[in-house]
Design a protein around this ligand. Sequence first.
Ligand code: GLU
Length: 509
Amino acid sequence: MSENKVRVRFAPSPTGPLHMGGVRTALFNYLFAKKNNGDFILRIEDTDQTRFVPGAEEYIAESLKWCGLNPEEGPGIGGDFGPYRQSERKDLYKKYADQLVATGWAYYAFDTPEEIDVLRREAEAVKETFSYGISTREKLNNSLKLSEEEVQKKLKDGNAYVIRFKMPEDTEVTEEDLIRGSVTFNTTKSLDDKVLFKSDGMPTYHLANVVDDHLMKISHVIRGEEWLPSMPLHVLLYKALNWEDTKPRFAHLPLILKPAGKGKLSKRDGDKMGFPVFPLEWTDPKTGDFSRGYREDGYFPEAFINLMALLGWNPGTEQEFFSLEELSEVFSLERVVKSGSRFDPEKAKWFNRHYFQQKTVEELVSLFKPVLTEKGVEAGDEKLNKVVAEIKERCEFVADLWEQSYYFFEAPEEYDAKTVKKRWKEDTSDKLKEISIVFESVENWNADDIKEAFSAFMNEKEWGFGMIMNPLRLSLVGGNMGPDLFVICELLGKDETVSRINTAVEKIG
Ligand code: GLU
């Protein structure tokens, strides 16, 4: 592997289902890797055992698979830098925490959670927020304050401790973000002494993340904007661990915003407006709370990927439709915007419509078959191909196929009352009876011949077409929807057409 090889990672914590923002992060990492002939790695950051949610890791893997974002390395995939689950790398982190203590970049803190809680409440009482850091650390129960003997004794006696980063005082940390440009943080103003290593023997996110990015030779850290405040700590950790020369470049992706108004897109927005915010459906194992997914809502993965790509990235051209392969060729971080991008659920449907229309009739028929089976409908390929070809144009989801075509498979049980009232006249039943006799006599049952026989008869009788066409359609489909009436007749077959007319005459007339 060349030293400069692009290696990026998607590093979710298995604390629940992947939100759209998470998928977008995975996608941009994937595209960046593909564009630069690099590696896309999946790393599961599960060091916080209190937030572990059963099924979440499987959900993440399944989501990536559905989207076609297949990692080169990861849990269950393998690779030269494994294991790829942080809980399985547990023993690896302690020595780096110890090294930081030895070099004065970190310290032991023995304060119990209860003690910290008291301080927190005291601060709140005077409308302040407690922070363990530059201004408070000298007064607390830690190895900066205690003597060397006291510290050694506490450690020997098995006192619980955490290891905290010792944030340098009043230092400007400046780092180039590939999307935001130069970003500067002042350590005293904004940063506390974050815990690096916990009393349960596990590293925290910050330590594990930096250590793993280093050990896995990650070249670029591409992640959501919510991690921007962690960047200075991470930059300082690279410095403290003497890894500055191989420190990755950082890129923080913009937020995905609500369809209307300000703020980050949330599950609540989806629930309110009726769209999913997760790639796949999910049932929370603790609460039983159910969330819809794009996959189950009938979106094609190619539509989902296309719409996700355009949330925060633009190609710089008018082009809107991109396959994953095309995106892999044209993607660049320079074209990712700094500001949040508003999510538009209508646009999502519009993308699906496009990919739906791209499918061949045969492809759609095979997607339609399971729906038909579920409805207990049996139909041959010839009829299905014709039906789908007729109604395809009206659909944007596979589920629409049934909505638009059920009457080809099931005789109407009810007739639209409004249409009946408006179109069914005194003499309609008698006229339709005569039409059904005409239909019986049609020898070659195809739309053209049916139409010809029908028209000849109508002209002979001098009946107005409108008077008959509407009730006829009503008899066949139960309302006033559907494609060309004679095409409907052809696809229903002669017997079914005649029988539906007779039933309608009986029921309505
Ligand atoms: N585990 C973090 C998350 O859940 C990863 C953040 C990062 O990419 O550094 O998003």
